[in-house]
Design a protein around this ligand. Structure first.
Ligand SMILES: NC(=O)c1ccc[n+]([C@@H]2O[C@H](COP(=O)([O-])OP(=O)(O)OC[C@H]3O[C@@H](n4cnc5c(N)ncnc54)[C@H](OP(=O)(O)O)[C@@H]3O)[C@@H](O)[C@H]2O)c1
Length: 274
């Protein structure tokens, strides 16, 4: 018998600290809000100072939140992020959410090499670099609290070939598949230190990135999901909180799809009706 099985013991994140890259919009902003509403001190990172300011205004009153305007692909900007975190959090960073990402769609003949370079840099190598650069801080948190977390935001498109968006996204799906495997590699590397590394692979959620695709193909997207809908903030925040909490301590190196089952089927079987 154990007295440590209450919701509070298993899921509370009160007093933790987190850094969320790409926290100023879309899925990142949903996660920042979710963490703040659960007592986590949050640092959000995005390139645009204006978007950071707008997000901070929207989140005002929800908790302790700061923004760092920085490009995660730029080593000097990453050094600024790390310096700020190490100065502000001497006990270490508890949760790193590598969420910043970008996409590119074009027909095969028109798909530029530069898109590949940009997406691999933003979606994969900067995740590696920032995790490496914040390793000391995560180690410190794991030493003080027994564990720390790295959560990478992958994509359903790294698990299956995306087809609904009307144009191929070669570099995006390749980069997300690479990120999923980087997650597994880092999980093996950092697990012995008490730092777990997992990925969330979202299906469709409303965001800046999906604005166009939602306006053109929303019906297809919903029809392609066995649950008949896109994801919402509860779906993504609930998964994040689980992975970051005590309840998620023994989950390491997984890629967890949060897509309503979209990756498994082409929609609801016709014999089930409307
Ligand atoms: N929405 C979906 O349906 C969906 C599905 C699967 C996976 N995802 C993944 O979820 C993550 C968030 O995407 P989203 O859909 O929420 O898109 P979004 O609204 O466009 O958000 C992307 C965020 O990343 C920031 N960002 C982009 N490049 C950056 C860089 N180099 N350095 C720092 N920040 C950067 C952006 O801010 P700035 O422009 O100010 O830098 C923005 O805050 C991405 O990794 C995406 O691949 C999204």
């Amino acid at each position: 018998m154990s007295e440590n099985l209450s919701i509070d013991t298993l899921f509370s994140l009160k007093g933790c600290s987190a850094l969320v890259t790409g926290g100023s919009s879309g899925i990142g902003l949903m996660m920042v809000e979710g963490l703040l509403r659960n007592g986590v001190q949050v640092y959000m990172v995005s390139r645009s100072a204006e978007r950071c300011e707008a997000a901070l205004r929207a989140l005002e009153g929800l908790g302790e939140c700061a923004a760092i305007a920085a490009d995660v692909t730029d080593p000097a900007a990453r050094a600024r992020i790390v310096a700020r975190i190490e100065a502000d959090l001497p006990q270490g960073l508890d949760i790193l959410v590598n969420n910043a990402g970008s996409n590119w769609g074009a027909k095969l003949a028109d798909y530029p090499d530069s898109a590949f370079d940009k997406l691999m840099k933003t979606n994969v190598s900067s995740v590696f670099s920032l995790t490496r650069d914040l390793h000391k801080s995560l180690q410190s948190s794991a030493k003080h609290n027994g564990s720390a977390r790295v959560i990478n935001i992958g994509s359903m498109d790294g698990l299956q070939v995306p087809i609904v968006q009307g144009v191929p996204t070669f570099a995006y799906s390749a980069s997300k598949a690479a990120l999923h495997h980087l997650t597994r590699t880092l999980a093996v590397e950092l697990g012995p230190e008490g730092i777990t590394v997992n990925a969330i692979a979202p299906g469709f959620f409303e965001s800046k990135m999906t604005k166009h695709v939602m306006s053109e193909y929303r019906q297809n997207i919903e029809d392609g999901c066995p649950l008949g809908r896109i994801g919402n903030e509860q779906d993504i925040v609930g998964t994040l909180l689980f992975l970051c909490s005590r309840a998620g301590t023994y989950v390491n190196g997984v890629v967890l799809p949060v897509d309503g089952g979209t990756r498994l089927s082409k929609g609801r079987p016709s014999w089930l009706g409307e």
